[in-house]
Ligand binder design. Structure first.
Ligand SMILES: [Zn+2]
Length: 278
């Protein structure tokens, strides 16, 4: 079990699934440079190991889960999610989660919000949680052209049922929860994408969401990625975030980086770099 202490706050990294990712897919224009730089980490097909990691944040005031992974349903191109087992290994029941916080509403971040019941219905997996979602993110994905799109079944299965349950908090980046949890607006990957900031005294950790799918983007933040809804805004937001985190002493947590995905951002010879470990 991977755990990290931020003052009195305890963070546990829960692996929903490992997956293989293509650096060329993340940055087609720089595929050759990346293959060169990361050759040691690539398998024979040129793929490197990434993860879908969710973070459990325990403060004196309650228990939050940041993002809910791929989920129990079969999703094309994704492995099966096992967050239910990871929670059990951490000794936590879904009923104990007070808050589910979403960095954004993509398919690999909302999956365990709901599950299909034996009679074909849909039930919420965290029955006592409130779900914290940025208003801008909600407005974008809940618009009819997104919600009704054939490829967006995940929104109908894992997001819309939250609205019907009346347990959604629509917030902006100024919201705070459980005494230690705040947000950093980071639009671009999606319109309401946020990083999640956990602070206690001088100690700090920042869950960066999908501002970055692989640590190379910490260094090469200006390289456009087809993963981003708005590439220009994502570049701006990514650069600002990692400038702010570089040499700050904060732990930096990337849910798609090699599990558990935490370390620090340092600046060497004017270049930002992610250094894994605690
Ligand atoms: Zn993602």
């Amino acid at each position: 079990m991977h755990t990290l202490q931020v003052g009195s706050v305890n963070i546990t990294a829960l692996l929903d699934a490992p997956f293989l990712q293509s650096l060329a897919y993340l940055s087609p224009e720089h595929a050759a440079e990346l293959e060169d730089e990361y050759r040691d980490t690539l398998d024979e097909r040129g793929l490197c190991t990434g993860a879908v990691t969710c973070y459990l944040v325990r403060t004196a005031d309650g228990l939050a889960l940041v993002d809910t992974g791929i989920g129990p349903r079969k999703r094309k191109g994704f492995p099966h999610g096992r967050l239910d087992a990871a929670l059990a290994e951490a000794g936590v029941s879904p009923t104990e989660i007070d808050l589910v916080i979403h960095t954004h509403l993509h398919i690999d971040h909302v999956g365990w919000n709901t599950y299909e019941t034996p009679d074909g219905g849909c039930a919420i997996f965290f029955p006592n949680a409130r779900f914290v979602i940025q208003q801008a993110e909600w407005d974008y994905w809940m618009a009819p052209e997104q919600l009704d799109a054939p490829d967006n079944a995940v929104l109908r299965e894992c997001v819309a049922p939250l609205r019907d349950s009346g347990r959604v908090d629509l917030v902006d980046a100024n919201a705070r929860y459980l005494g230690a949890i705040g947000f950093i607006a980071n639009p671009g990957h999606t319109p309401g994408h946020v990083a999640v900031e956990i602070t206690d005294g001088a100690e700090r950790a920042v869950i960066v969401g999908d501002s970055c799918h692989h640590p190379f983007q910490v260094t090469h933040s200006s390289w456009p990625s087809p993963m981003d809804v708005d590439a220009n805004h994502a570049i701006e937001a990514r650069g600002a975030l990692y400038d702010r985190l570089a040499d700050s002493g904060a732990y930096v947590l990337g849910g798609h980086w090699k599990h558990p995905g935490w370390g620090q951002v340092v600046r060497t010879d004017g270049e930002r770099r992610f250094v894994p470990g605690i």
